[in-house]
Design a protein around this ligand. Structure first.
Ligand SMILES: *C/C=C(C)/C=C/C=C(C)/C=C/C1=C(C)CCCC1(C)C
Length: 263
């Protein structure tokens, strides 16, 4: 979608502040996920390592997106923000997703601690589907034409539905257990997955929903930022709680079994 030539001060500031909030959330989550790795047993540590990679990569990209947004507009004498002619680089977002979505999928598969034979082939199919979902979404994202936007969105939705179906059913199967705390957490993760990932196509559709011009750009940027904070920081925190609850169910407590003693 092409960038509007002019934004009100409020519109520019809203996106500016949301991007800034996303940077803070990603780097704070990075510090948290790195620190809590110590509390987990070896089996669950890979899930937290993946979580920290996701928010580290996203934090870097948000910083680039933020700078790009700042460069794309300048304040004029009438107090409005006008395009400087410098491109706002939306590709950062898609490159970010291309890297972080497979990692998020791996994070979930890691915490489920599935048998090795099942894990490998499932991961491979999900990674391919993730790349297809994002690769097919991009041509629509950068197009100003409504029909083009819809066609690519429909194609991108096929792998999207596949990924959600596999992850949702895997979580459901894993939740088919007695331990009530792990069960509740896995059910909540199912909801979080649908709620956050389902938000992306909605944000993508904003320019099609009759929200014209600058409003569409603002809604899109704010929508993606909120979805990213929930899907990366929120989801990682959830994965941490699942790992802790599973450890407790296995009778392991970090306080009684410090990391060195595990060796
Ligand atoms: C951290 C980033 C995440 C979890 C990104 C997820 C992105 C999606 C689920 C995107 C989905 C899309 C569609 C299903 C159709 C329209 C195009 C996309 C790429 C926005």
């Amino acid at each position: 979608m092409s960038l509007p030539l002019e934004l009100s001060s409020g519109e520019f500031q809203l996106v500016y502040n949301m991007l800034s909030l996303a940077i803070a959330a990603m780097f704070a989550s990075f510090a948290f996920f790195v620190m809590v790795q110590q509390q987990l047993t070896a089996k669950y540590r890979p899930a937290m390592i993946l979580s920290s990679l996701v928010v580290g990569i996203a934090g870097y990209h948000y910083w680039r997106i933020f700078n790009s947004w700042e460069g794309a507009y300048a304040l004029n004498e009438a107090g409005r923000y006008v395009a400087t002619g410098e491109a706002f680089n939306d590709a950062y977002r898609y490159v970010d997703w291309l890297l972080t979505v497979p990692l998020l999928v791996a994070e979930l598969v890691a915490v489920l601690a599935l048998p090795k034979e099942r894990r490998g082939s499932m991961m491979a199919r999900l990674v391919v589907a993730s790349a297809l979902m994002i690769g097919l979404g991009y041509p629509g994202e950068i197009s100003g034409d409504a029909t083009t936007r819809v066609v690519w969105a429909v194609l991108s939705t096929i792998p999207f539905v596949y990924i959600l179906f596999v992850l949702y059913t895997q979580l459901g199967q894993a939740a088919n257990i007695k331990d009530s705390e792990v069960k509740v957490l896995l059910r909540n993760t199912q909801l979080l997955l649908l709620g956050t990932w389902g938000f992306y196509p909605i944000a993508y559709a904003m320019p099609l929903l009759g929200i014209g011009g600058s409003g569409a750009t603002v809604a899109l940027q704010v929508g993606y930022s909120i979805a990213d904070i929930a899907a990366k920081c929120g989801y990682g925190t959830m994965i941490y709680h699942i790992a802790r609850a599973k450890m407790a169910a296995e009778g392991v407590d970090e306080a009684e079994e410090p990391r060195l003693a595990l060796k």
